[in-house]
Design a protein around this ligand. Structure first.
Ligand SMILES: C[S@@+](CC[C@H](N)C(=O)[O-])C[C@H]1O[C@@H](n2cnc3c(N)ncnc32)[C@H](O)[C@@H]1O
Length: 247
């Protein structure tokens, strides 16, 4: 099994893993930030769109939305969910779009999938190029200096005759610019139990480093990681929502 099975061989289980995620609240919050900071336009690209749940919400809000992801099995599911949308298979650190956009999003910490600070810098530069004047880039992040390796999230759900248990956690060694996302998936039924372990390398940064990378391109606004209330980041929390306005 590859280290990245969830987005390939196991992509059919991805939405089960995410059943507890409030995609509507996330999409609504970012739509509000776009209303506050944006240029009034309605073209949208979701980076690392996965199976397309946010693209679905943005289309339903009246956006012309499209999605980008590096793994075709995820895009195939997204295309079924959003037949109106275009989905492109590209790496977010080096993507190009046919026409500039008004809003670019990247949800569920997926910006950390840029494989190092140099790739993250390239991604930021490509986002800047892909935005219209006054366009907005929104994403969420975790600060490497606030990661607690002992914490994890676990949940179970039934699907047909199978019981699934999903577990995810961050791991940061304490030094360097890489962290990992550890995932395990357990599927059991009356006759067997299967377990898969994924470990995804991701870029690690503290928020000061991130802001320094963004500021040459964007006016940067940081918010508490709460999709129900828009509140300024308290300078302490290890998770944040970032809204960047193209300058
Ligand atoms: C945690 S999932 C998030 C999917 C979706 N945004 C959501 O909120 O459910 C991360 C996604 O990032 C994609 N991905 C990983 N590396 C990428 C890259 N370099 N460029 C574009 N997409 C990438 C994966 O294929 C996967 O679909």
């Amino acid at each position: 099994m590859s280290a990245n099975a969830l987005y390939n061989d196991l992509s059919g289980y991805y939405d089960l893993m995410c059943v507890d995620i409030d995609y509507q609240a996330q999409s609504h919050c970012i739509r509000r930030l776009h209303q506050i900071f944006g240029n009034g336009g309605n073209t949208h690209l979701d980076l690392a769109c996965g199976t397309g749940p946010h693209v679905r919400h943005f289309i339903d809000y009246g956006f012309q939305s499209c999605g980008l992801d590096i793994n075709q099995p995820m895009l195939d599911i997204a295309a079924e969910r959003c037949p109106e949308a275009e989905f492109i298979r590209q790496d977010m650190s080096s993507f190009a779009v046919a026409k500039p956009l008004d809003l670019i999003t990247c949800f569920l910490y997926s910006i950390h999938y840029n494989g190092g600070l140099d790739k993250l810098q390239q991604c930021i530069s490509h986002v800047h190029q892909a935005l219209n004047p006054g366009g907005v880039f929104c994403f969420n992040v975790v600060a490497k200096d606030k990661i607690n390796n002992a914490l994890f999230v676990k949940h179970s759900t039934k699907h047909a005759d199978d019981l699934f248990s999903f577990r995810s956690s961050w791991f940061y060694s304490g030094t360097g610019d890489m962290q990992s996302l550890k995932l395990s998936i357990e599927k059991s039924n009356a006759s067997e139990t299967q377990i898969w372990h994924d470990e995804h390398p991701m870029v690690a940064f503290c928020f000061a480093d991130l802001i320094a990378l963004l500021q040459p391109y964007f006016e940067v606004h940081m918010f508490e990681h709460d999709y129900d209330k828009i509140m300024p980041w308290d300078q302490q929390s290890g998770n944040a929502i970032v809204a960047c306005v193209k300058i």
